[in-house]
Design a protein around this ligand. Structure first.
Ligand code: ATP
Ligand code: MG
Ligand code: MG
Ligand code: MG
Length: 389
């Protein structure tokens, strides 16, 4: 990703997303937005800084330790650069009075940068100190309703991961710095993963080894297999762990009751690094088709070549593909040979490459469509391109 100009390192664990990288993130965000909207969640945006007073009230100012980034303002007031937002969202709801049971369930999420002063930032976006997370917070009247909401959001996660299309596993999760009574994690199996998940091939039981480190399946006694894995999502049923100390309540009768919460994280920049790791080779980047920075790359003839006369077809094909909602880029670095640009397009991992080459200047102009993943090529005319896409 560094070599191909997708990201660039700025500090340890801090990266700029360059234009292609940002496109990938935006595509992932759009998939997440669509799943969240289907689940009845509303998008919002909270400030990066939260007063340390709130983190004191939840008790986490002390318990998180040196992973927490803090800053002080000119009045010596301390703020937390949020690694997660339970305190901030509870404070928001505590200020909205009265919330009644009729307003619930309430589901609020944001997609924003989170900060964690990780001991060992590594492998680009995989473990950053600044990273993009989608965090959803849900609020219900009681534990049973909160559990229903929890199950529904887990279904949304399944739907999202199926759309990304890389095999994943859902395991019983470790509560970690967030806590709560029930939690699941979503993992991609990969040798570079820092977690170990234990899977039962017989009954499907699966657990993070941080929770239980066993070799007999708790459910059916068969052997568990152990796999390195990348944690890409984490869901928690929090109950009233944060709403109580932070006074996030609702009215149901005369007395206010604490809201029953769930929270649901998805590491968006980590998902990007993980799917690239799983799909790519040492030589070339590969993406799920729906996350590739562009779906089609059009290569125009080299300046001064015999084929140059066919160059205007690039704009025509570009226009047609746009109308078909196929996002397309033209590599018009016409000082470079088609071969050289083909090499780059292949390495960048655009799923399809269209070459305006030798046969494009014929009476019946023909163009090459390369299916990069399947290493196949067909030659076709404009009509054929429309049918293909
Ligand atoms: P890890 O075990 O890898 O340190 P975590 O359990 O501390 O992650 P959570 O608090 O569960 O992370 O945060 C929710 C999600 O945010 C994680 O499932 C992961 O996808 C993502 N995430 C957490 N830390 C990072 C990081 N340093 N860089 C990128 N993504 C991260
Ligand atoms: Mg962590
Ligand atoms: Mg973890
Ligand atoms: Mg976690």
């Amino acid at each position: 990703m560094l070599d191909m100009g997708i990201i660039r390192q700025v500090n340890s664990g801090m990266y700029s997303l360059l234009p292609l990288g940002l496109r990938v993130l935006q595509k992932l965000e759009a998939l997440v937005d669509s799943e969240m909207t289907k689940a009845g969640a509303q998008k919002m945006l909270l400030p990066i800084l939260t007063s340390a007073t709130l983190w004191n009230r939840s008790g986490r100012l002390k318990t998180i330790g040196s992973e927490l980034f803090t800053v002080e303002d000119r009045h010596k007031k301390l703020y937390v650069l949020n690694p997660t937002y339970e305190e901030a969202i509870c404070e928001l709801l505590a200020g909205i009075i009265p919330i009644t049971s009729k307003d619930l369930p309430l589901k609020l999420y944001q997609i924003s940068r989170k900060w964690r002063d990780e001991m060992k930032p590594r492998l680009g976006l995989l473990r950053g100190r600044e990273f993009v997370m989608k965090d959803l917070y849900t609020f219900d009247t009681n534990l049973e309703n909160a559990q229903n909401t929890y199950n529904k959001i887990c279904e949304s996660y399944d739907s999202l991961f199926k759309q990304i299309g890389v095999d994943y596993v859902k395991v019983i999760g470790a509560a970690g710095i967030i806590g709560g009574s029930l939690s699941h994690e979503y993992h991609y199996l990969s040798d570079i993963g820092e977690d170990t998940v234990l899977l039962c091939q017989s009954c499907g039981y699966s657990v993070n080894s941080e929770v239980l480190n066993l070799s007999s399946c708790l459910k059916c006694n068969n052997n568990l297999s152990s796999h390195s894995a990348i944690e890409v999502g984490h869901t928690f049923l929090l109950d009233t762990k944060y709403s109580k100390p932070l006074n996030a309540t609702f009215l149901d009768g005369p007395k206010p009751k604490p809201l029953v919460m769930g929270c649901f994280g998805l590491g968006l920049t980590r998902i990007i690094a993980a799917v690239v790791e799983i799909l790519s080779t040492n030589e070339v980047l590969r993406w799920p088709n729906n996350l590739a920075p562009f779906n089609v790359c059009i290569l125009t003839p080299k300046k001064g070549s015999k084929e140059e006369i066919a160059a205007p077809y690039a704009e025509q094909i570009f226009g047609i593909l746009n109308e078909l909602n196929v996002d397309t880029i033209i590599d018009d670095r016409i000082h470079l040979t088609i071969g050289r640009r083909m090499f780059d397009a292949n390495r960048t991992g655009y799923p399809f490459i269209i070459v305006i080459g030798k046969t494009a200047s014929n009476q019946n102009p023909m163009f090459e469509i390369h299916d990069v993943k399947n290493s196949t090529r067909i030659d076709t005319n404009i009509e054929g391109i429309i049918n293909y896409f």
